[in-house]
Design a protein around this ligand. Structure first.
Ligand SMILES: [Zn+2]
Length: 228
């Protein structure tokens, strides 16, 4: 069977039998894959030190004869995606990425890397909002902040919009019902996603978190950002 090699990020690993692990990874070229890491839980396994979440990894694996799970042959660990103090917040991002980029999708690797770099340059609370929002946008769960997500009309950044049931709406689509988002809010979070030094008010962060929860609720998925 063919061997493959790729850059990868570990989403999660699940114990299998007495000594092995099943890995879920986002890879640069091969999308999301599952791999069996035989013996990875043994103390002397070379996989043990390498297989860390939130680190840049390079993996080599054998493709399966049948089914979809390959066999890990080699794992190398490179730099951390986040500073040590943010590894816990990073776990929240991994859970979100796992939901947004399920089995069979070809993207996710660059998106998760981008999200980690946004988080690493910002304060944890607001940074987690920015990182999560970027992944929501890139996976198509949300639209951009300059258009109504219903009629797709471009909306001037100085005009108020409405937030309703996980959607950003113009005033004519919202018919004045929903949570009113004043223009300052959209402008502030848009520039915060581009520049880490933009200061966000606590009320903006609280509102942003509510919107993120709403998007997950609307998609009726497990709310993996519940802890932020
Ligand atoms: Zn509209």
């Amino acid at each position: 069977m063919a061997e493959q090699r790729d850059h990868a990020l570990l989403l999660r690993s699940i114990a299998y039998s007495d000594s092995s692990l099943i890995l879920h990874c986002l890879t640069q070229q091969h999308g999301r894959i599952s791999l069996m890491a035989r013996g990875a839980r043994r103390a002397k396994s070379p996989f043990r030190a390498a297989l860390m979440p939130l680190f840049a990894l390079q993996l080599r694996w054998k493709e399966p004869r049948t089914g979809s799970m390959g066999t890990l042959l080699e794992a190398q660990r490179f730099s951390a995606l986040l500073p040590e103090s943010m590894m816990l917040a990073g776990q929240t991002l991994l859970a979100t990425a796992s939901t947004l980029f399920p089995d069979g999708v070809s993207n996710g690797y660059a998106e998760l890397q981008h999200a980690c770099s946004l988080l690493s340059e910002r304060s944890e609370d607001a940074g987690l909002c920015a990182a999560t929002w970027v992944m929501l946008e890139q996976s198509g769960w949300t639209g951009d902040l300059n258009h109504c997500w219903h009629c797709v009309e471009p909306i001037d950044p100085n005009i108020s919009m409405y937030w309703r049931q996980g959607h950003l709406l113009c005033s004519s689509c919202a018919k004045e019902s929903g949570y009113k988002l004043y223009s300052g809010f959209r402008k502030t979070i848009a520039s915060f996603m581009l520049q880490p030094n933009v200061s966000l008010k606590q009320e903006h962060i609280t509102l942003w978190k509510m919107m993120i929860k709403d998007v997950f609720k609307t998609h009726q998925m497990r709310d993996s950002v519940g802890s932020i």
